[in-house]
Design a protein around this ligand. Sequence first.
Ligand code: NOJ
Ligand code: CA
Length: 701
Amino acid sequence: MRGIGVLIIALLILPNAFAYQIPEKNVIYQIMVDRFYDGNQSNNGPFYDPTHTKYRLYWGGDLEGIIQKLNYLQELGVSMIWLSPVNDNVNKIIYGSAPYHGYWTRDYKRIEEHFGDWRTFRRLVEEAEERGICIIVDFVPNHSNPATDGELASLYNNGTFITNYYYDKQNATRNQYTGSLENIYHHNGNIKNWFGFELKYANLFGLADFNHLNPWVDEYLKESLDLFIQSGVCGFRIDAVKHMDLGWLTQFYAFAYQKEPLFIYGEYYKLDTSKSDDMFYFYQYSNISPLLSIPIRNDIVRTFAYGGSLKDLSRKIENYYSHLVYPNKAVNFLDNHDLPRYLSESKNKDRYHMALSLVMTLPGIPVIYYGDESYLVSKDGKGDPYNRPMMHFNSSTEAFRIIKTLAKLRKENNALAYGDLRTLYANYNTWVFERTFGSEKILVVVNKVDDKNLEIPLNWSNGIYRDILYGIEMNVKDGKAKIFVPKDKILVFSFKDEEEKPLIGSVTPYLGQPGQKIVLGGVAFGKNGKVIVESEYEKKKAKIIEWNDEMIVFEMPQIRTQKAWVKVYIDNGKESNEVKVRYLSGEQITSLIVLNASNLTGQLWIKGDIPELAEPIPLLKSKNYYFQVVSLPKDAVFEIQLYKGLPWEKLEPLNVTLYGKSNSTVILSEEPITRETNVKAICGVGMVLVISLMILLFRRD
Ligand code: NOJ
Ligand code: CA
């Protein structure tokens, strides 16, 4: 009996193997569920096209089909699957299309019947987990479904009708500060100007835009996200983050991270690295969440498919990474469901293999779009929906071999997962870069157009090294490497030595509030030790939840700080390097900050004396007010400074101090707010103490 009891307790406290993921060690496989594999023919209709020629109808793919193909994916070496949205979508044809893609949700608490049900979803999670694969879900919190067509943005709460766009509008009110007409949805028309207010508060391509300041919406989306968390997913791809307030997203992510140390990355759609809209705020200051590397993708494809300078590409990529606190958490890809597949741009397979290998060796987590390994491409057209043909399975291609080899290398050599990037040599047709993590190193040699004998400085031990992909030799002697590189190849060399001191390479998530679990990945952690969290005021020893040589899970302690980032390092007899966590100082609430500054003009910013406000936040302007949605700790009193300028310039202080206190709406005031002590609470505690003392004194026993 005792044995069974212990076993039950052990089962209860054993963490889900994937609760503690180190994302950088993985390769993601992106699946458009409807186009992957039909495992259950009974759920194919309605709007089903068995001929797979009408690209805007359902083609039969489902969750059961993915389960049946897990062995294939395991063989490919991918270890995270990103599913296109699986929530219940509208049951109508809109703009000539069925919602086979999953981006027109009507019920966030149910699974789309064409794809399966919650039971099948959980079985997928479990069966994937048995094969070392975890599930990431595409979640769409910006909008539900088309506002003026189809089901008119009907929204359901686990089957119960809540509203549609028209009922919602009848009871909509105008927010006096932002000028937005809103209820559950925003009613501000469609986005026409792709910046400022419209970008966040108008409908994206006619899709009904959620009003996240509405507490019901906030709770509904959190409860829905939690259904996936409780079903064992290891992360989320969040759709259209460009169109939501970063303040709302921050506390939404914080909610998720309180449950599990998940891997969440956002889709900020921007095809280049130019300085415009609020992209630079996202990168330069906030670094709240990893993003898909959309801005560098076109440059990569262009350089390999059409030609162009590798030196220019290397500079663009390095510049892109320079804005990120954690470049190794960027989510890199070649193909996806919104852009033409590489092979529809150019048929040259050697160059395709190069581009694929580059994506798999750059800092960041690579995504393989379904069929990248089997040269899947439509003969009917290029972009959406032709970039979504039915999957063709083939495990004997060169692309399959490359993906498998580099996915394995990512598990074996930490430089790929955690290393920095340093260009050793670059010209128009050649780029040599090194990835280094302590004494683990990777050398990547990219060479287009002609065969080449290269001689480059390289600080590796003398010897002959064999490239992982093609077996080509490199001779290193006295700080110089000689390599013969065939044209149109990427060579990858690996070097590994023992690490003597603990070295941290990964922090997941890097947004943390007290009590939340954070996973550190790295090497030489040993069997035990301390995790120290340090601010400008104090050092705290964190509670350890799990500790092994390559991974630590700790609990974020409460710490006094006014800065956005706190330092984290470990001490196991030897001290590690320092990494950073963006600190959230308490339970987060969404807050609309308002500044009545009709006399001011231009782009204003605020910066405050609590961690949540420590990095500059841009304000939007309505008719009479400046405003922004921010994530604040409950019950905080804070001081704010005003700045002016553009995100890519140095901000100019305006020497104006304002004050505020956390609430759902905060009107910034010129009068300081006293941090009043709670007199009632003090009296209450005092009374309890006096009574306890009296009981103790007069007790007779
Ligand atoms: C971005 C998605 O990737 C795209 O496919 C979708 O249509 C839009 N967001 C709207 O949800
Ligand atoms: Ca929006």
